[in-house]
Write a new protein. Structure first.
Length: 192
């Protein structure tokens, strides 16, 4: 995802002015990263809500296009703040605690045409463990990690989207990485 802040703001303004193609371009640009963020933040046990929350996020973007201020935040930060709020609202409504392990996850079926079946099984198992480790992170660390590592947002955008200072976002990312390193320590080759 390589956002162009000026272009994003122009597209959102054009959408507000009635250009149907402008919104489609923004959607195409950020759709996958936004959905992955929502899906990963919810964790596998509540993945069924991801599509609805994704749709609610984009409806909110469309309805609130006029309120976007590019001087206050980049479009990705604004978008992910909306997505985050949708996820948190969902969790509050359901009073959910998310510590579930994924059973059937896209990340577990990474296409890998070259390796042997044994290598593929090891790769799938490693991917499953990574997904489990990310989903076991505390929610604040998980959303920070997913926005930064998977969605490609800068720390400044992550801080803006989550409503915390940049130093807090850095700390959350640092703690998430340390926890993941610890959880996945046995995944590293012994001869590395």
């Amino acid at each position: 995802m390589e956002p162009n802040v000026a272009d994003d703001a122009d597209l959102l303004r054009a959408h507000g002015a009635g250009d149907p193609h402008a919104f489609a371009r923004l959607y195409d640009r950020y759709d996958r990263a936004c959905f992955r963020f929502i899906r990963r933040t919810l964790a596998a046990a509540h993945a069924d809500a991801a599509e609805d929350l994704h749709q609610e996020t984009w409806i909110a973007v469309s309805r609130n296009a006029a309120s976007f201020d590019p001087a206050r935040a980049s479009f990705p930060a604004w978008l992910f703040a909306i997505a985050r709020n949708k996820v948190w609202d969902h969790l509050r409504r359901r009073k959910l605690v998310m510590l579930a392990l994924p059973e059937d996850d896209e990340a577990m079926t990474v296409p890998d045409p070259g390796p042997t079946p044994l290598d593929q099984a090891v790769t799938r198992e490693t991917a499953r463990r990574i997904v489990e480790a990310v989903e076991a992170l505390p929610l604040a660390q998980r959303e920070t990690f997913v926005m930064f590592a998977h969605a490609g947002l800068s720390l400044e955008d992550v801080a803006e989207a989550t409503g915390v200072p940049v130093e807090t976002a850095k700390s959350r990312l640092r703690y998430a990485r340390a926890t993941l390193r610890q959880a996945l320590a046995d995944e590293r080759p012994a001869h590395a």
